[in-house]
Design a protein around this ligand. Structure first.
Ligand code: GLU
Length: 312
């Protein structure tokens, strides 16, 4: 749905899967929620393959995800953006941060940081070892963003999440100086996502609450790089019976491409959209028509909920 008169779109959303395996019910929630929020508001919905972490990603998984999205009727606008083709843009962003002294090289190994405090999402809260320079005899491995430095605002990052409400984070306490380029040379997810969302003109980011704690880091990076901040909405994530997030790590079952309608009905139910029983007999087109007409972001629950019996 291109914007009229070349005016910037009022709504440009995206879905950004990491092709580390097939789509499962957990990733379907993010795809469906971001797709419906965009389409219900006449917006665009773009697709970005987050294949930056080459050793964990594969072209076969990416192709499988694209095929599954098509079978599910999740049709995207424009060409797919592939992160592996965007290295130059990430390098430019890092160069800008280096020029402005907003990053510092870090020589700490994983083992040296093993006893550090952890952020709520499991990331290491950097103890600051290399902040003022690399200890003698050690070699720089990674680049970290300096958070809460004197030249930048030390005020907490505050944003209004359309589902989760007001979120406030003191980055020095909650995240610490975080990595923007890893020791193996791979640009970090946080940097790539901010650069890519800005380059694509994304206005709305709708994704799972598993990324809620990344958002203050990303907003801080946007401030450092002088990039606009999109609006955010974090969807509930699907969990298994043990209360674990459905993911490749928890061995979530891949979506059944022969039966997209029941999976989509379960996704709509988890997103609080109350699909009527008759939808079970609907075609894919009818289902999407109902879902786009009836999408209400305000009905999406905040809490983590178990997926409907689909998983049984
Ligand atoms: N690639 C990330 C994931 O699959 C999502 C990134 C995002 O939506 O910002 O978890």
């Amino acid at each position: 749905m291109p914007a009229l008169n070349n005016a910037p779109p009022l709504y440009r959303g995206r879905f950004a899967p990491s092709p580390t395996g097939p789509l499962h019910f957990g990733s379907l929630i993010a795809a469906v929620g971001s797709f419906l929020d965009a389409r219900a508001r006449g917006g665009e919905w773009l697709l970005r393959m987050e294949d930056i972490d080459a050793p964990r990603c594969s072209m076969a998984a990416a192709e499988d995800i694209l095929r599954t999205l098509e079978i599910f009727g999740l049709v995207w606008d424009d060409a797919v953006v592939w992160q592996h083709q965007r290295q130059a843009a990430y390098a430019d962003a890092l160069a800008q941060l280096q020029k402005n002294m907003q990053v510092f090289p870090c020589a700490c190994t994983r083992r040296e940081l093993a006893d550090s405090l952890l952020a709520a999402d499991g990331a290491v809260i950097y103890p600051g070892t290399c902040r003022l320079g690399i200890p003698e005899g050690k070699k720089a491995q990674a680049w970290r963003l300096r958070v809460g430095q004197a030249s930048m605002s030390t005020a907490p990052i505050v944003f209004e999440d359309a589902i989760q409400g007001r979120i406030k984070s003191d980055l020095s306490r909650d995240a610490g100086d975080f990595i923007v380029r890893r020791a193996d040379g791979v640009f970090a997810y946080q940097l790539a996502v901010v650069v890519d969302d800005a380059a694509a003109g994304i206005t709305h980011v709708v994704r799972g609450t598993d990324l809620l704690l990344s958002t203050p880091r990303q907003i801080f990076l946007q401030q450092c790089l002088g990039l606009p901040a999109p609006l955010y909405a974090h969807l509930p994530v699907a969990v298994n019976e043990a209360g674990e997030k459905l993911s490749k790590q928890t061995l979530a079952t891949p979506l059944d491409v022969t039966r997209p309608v029941p999976a989509l009905i379960s996704a709509l139910a988890l997103l609080g959209q109350k699909p009527p029983a008759e939808l079970a007999d609907a075609s894919l087109d009818e289902l999407w028509m109902w879902a786009i007409c009836h999408w209400r972001l305000e009905n999406v629950p905040r809490q983590r909920v178990l997926p409907a019996p689909l998983m049984a």
